[in-house]
Ligand binder design. Sequence first.
Ligand SMILES: NC(=O)c1ccc[n+]([C@@H]2O[C@H](COP(=O)([O-])OP(=O)(O)OC[C@H]3O[C@@H](n4cnc5c(N)ncnc54)[C@H](OP(=O)(O)O)[C@@H]3O)[C@@H](O)[C@H]2O)c1
Length: 352
Amino acid sequence: MKRVAVLGVTGSIGRQALEIVESHPELELAAAASGSQPIDGVAPLTQVGGDLTELLERAQPDVVLNAVVGFAGLPATLWALERGVTLALANKESLVAAGELALQARERGGGLLLPVDSEHSAAFQCLEGRTPEQVDSLVLTGSGGPFRGRTRDELEEVTPDEALAHPTWRMGPKITVDSSTLANKGLELIEAHFLFGLPYEHIEVVLQPTSVVHALVRFRDGATLAHLGYPDMRVPISFALTHPERTATPIPPLDFSQGLVLEFEQPDLETFPLLALARRAGERGGTFPCAFNAANEVAVAAFLEGRLSFLAIAATVEETLAAVAGAPARDLADLFEADAEARRLAEKELVA
Ligand SMILES: NC(=O)c1ccc[n+]([C@@H]2O[C@H](COP(=O)([O-])OP(=O)(O)OC[C@H]3O[C@@H](n4cnc5c(N)ncnc54)[C@H](OP(=O)(O)O)[C@@H]3O)[C@@H](O)[C@H]2O)c1
């Protein structure tokens, strides 16, 4: 019996995680948390907002599924890693902001860090059992979002509703906007760097518009392994929650009877600058990825509230990154400071 804590239980990932837990007798929902929506009775222990590590202390779960959105998920990520409690991580922002600290905590705790992000779950599976010397490079795939193929001029007037109409995935609003700007692929690039210990120059992003190929790993002998499947988050959620069993899900494997065409293309880094900005922030290291994430969170929230245009999301992040000092991320205090500074600067950029 695995006792699971689902953080972000009211969200897109959280609700799908509940479905997986309910369909597996060997999984027990020990605790659940949301940010503000009431969740009375969902689990024996619940918490709405506040410091989620208090809930985790009370629940002492075997697995934490962190599906909180944004930097707010960081304390729970570190709580699980520090204690060697298996962490099923959907909350990529925490690993982006605190990658080095998270890896140190995992080292001390000695537990499992299982990615829930579909691309990283796929890469994890392609990499399982390989040594670092065998690996040439990792290819993260992305759909390109609803605005793939558009020019900058065509993006001047796009609305939140248009950005929220993702072609292949149904997700929460923040990650859906991130997918439309390619910031999500940028966050995933940094996430992959920390998860798999690969230098940035060995991680490539390509677009695969139907989201059937989730990741590819190239090996030194010329072989490339790919992970394919229909785009459905219940597969990586189930993989992480039932690891290493890989239990059944309601999603069928690929059907080739009607044929299957796979097309790949390069992302347009000029029209969607957030991917290159994320790469640069990742390469600079220290508190830069944290600042990238914070500025992006501020800009996306302002866009969704109608206070910022679509193209100004990237401009806000770029200006913020140009203005932050950047420093080594030695402890959590450094990160909270970097996060707060970037949020302050980004808010100023919004009104400038
Ligand atoms: N959705 C996907 O398919 C997908 C795929 C890959 C990765 N991810 C990642 O998974 C995470 C969740 O995404 P999502 O799409 O499920 O988001 P979502 O639908 O917006 O749900 C977010 C969840 O986080 C909770 N929350 C927000 N702020 C919180 C806080 N301060 N403290 C505690 N809980 C808080 C929300 O609670 P309330 O409802 O009470 O606000 C909600 O349960 C993100 O990091 C995202 O990048 C998602």
